[in-house]
Design a protein around this ligand. Structure first.
Ligand code: GRG
Length: 313
């Protein structure tokens, strides 16, 4: 079995940030804050966060904040809850959450909760269980869950549960591994995992493993390295991770590496990007691959970062 090429992956991530006019940088322009979270968390899990100028990053993150309290994907962009969580997570990596005006950020998030407990992503109103997870995760990291109606938030998530044990983006929507991560993560954060039929959901999730060892996001779809995060973290949270072949999944992720130039792709021999590099390395961390820091399956941050936030109180 090949090995994880930590040095090359770290060099690749740092190079994407420097080459501002490269294809990858340009297409990520509108979601640079998400990209910063993916890249920096990968570096931290690999023990390479020191290679980054943290003051520069923190100052840039704060420039992405809008007067509403929410964050945009880049400086001057409209705020959205998707980037607000990434901002909090990046600051958490550097132990800098205290630079935030907690009241302002948590008011922005709380203002997006709807009457039925669901959350909109921004002022335009799209509703999705991704936004429920993001709100609960963000407010938990800020110790401000008291700002919202948690009971209604949980009730809405449970209303998105399907007969196959999975969850979709709204009530009645098809089960999808990405949404399952969001719903299971949100229920884990709020101490409400008892709403899940663990055997039924565990069965659906472990059936996502295909013959090559990789995982797909729903039946009949191709495997993709990112599901090593969405599926595996969910299986861990419901205590059914032993239902998949871990060794074959490790092999699949390692086969998706660009061994020469660094980075990880969705499937072997495809082009690499920061998103798949993060979810590949994070998946390997969940699989306890040697030399990587453990990552928390609900908060999607290194365990030491999560402990620093919750044990300090
Ligand atoms: C902090 C880790 C973290 C997440 C924040 C944004 C978010 C919360 C979660 C996104 C969950 C999600 C929906 C992931 C799926 C991403 C993906 C690969 C979508 C592609 O879906 P399809 O249907 O692809 O186009 P398939 O794989 O089904 O062909």
């Amino acid at each position: 079995m090949g090995e994880l090429n930590i040095e090359n992956h770290a060099r690749y991530i740092l190079s994407v940030e420097k080459k501002k006019d490269s294809f990858e940088s340009v297409v990520m322009e509108h979601l640079r804050l998400n990209g910063a979270y993916w890249g920096l968390t990968t570096l931290d899990i690999m023990g390479k966060l020191d290679a980054v100028d943290q003051d520069e990053v923190v100052s840039w993150v704060m420039q992405c904040q809008d007067e509403s309290g929410g964050f945009g994907g880049n400086i001057g962009h409209d705020p959205h809850i998707l980037y607000t969580l990434s901002a909090i997570q990046v600051l958490a990596l550097f132990d800098k959450i205290d630079v935030l005006e907690t009241e302002k950020v948590s008011n922005y998030i709380a203002g997006l909760q709807n009457e039925d407990g669901s959350f909109s992503g921004d002022m335009w109103g799209e509703v999705d269980t991704r936004f429920s997870y993001i709100s609960l995760c963000s407010l938990a990291l800020l110790h401000r869950l008291d700002k919202i109606n948690v009971e209604a938030a949980v009730k809405y998530i449970v209303s998105c549960k399907n007969l196959d044990g999975g969850f979709g983006c709204t009530p009645g929507a098809e089960s999808h591994a990405g949404q399952i991560f969001c719903c299971v993560g949100a229920l884990a954060i709020t101490g409400a995992l008892h709403h899940i039929d663990k055997d039924l959901l565990g069965w659906w999730l472990c059936e996502r493993q295909v013959i090559t060892g990789g995982l797909n996001g729903r039946p009949e779809k191709l495997p993709d390295v990112c599901y090593s995060w969405w599926v595996l973290s969910s299986l861990i949270m419901i205590d059914r991770v032993h239902w998949i072949d871990k060794k074959k999944l490790v092999q699949f992720i390692l086969d998706c590496q660009d061994k020469e130039n660094g980075g990880i792709s969705d499937r072997p021999d495809d082009a690499v990007d920061v998103f798949h590099t993060y979810f590949g390395v994070a998946g390997l961390s969940l699989l306890e691959y040697p030399g990587l820091k453990p990552i928390d399956p609900a908060y999607a941050l290194p365990v030491d970062v999560v402990n620093r936030i919750f044990l300090r109180r």
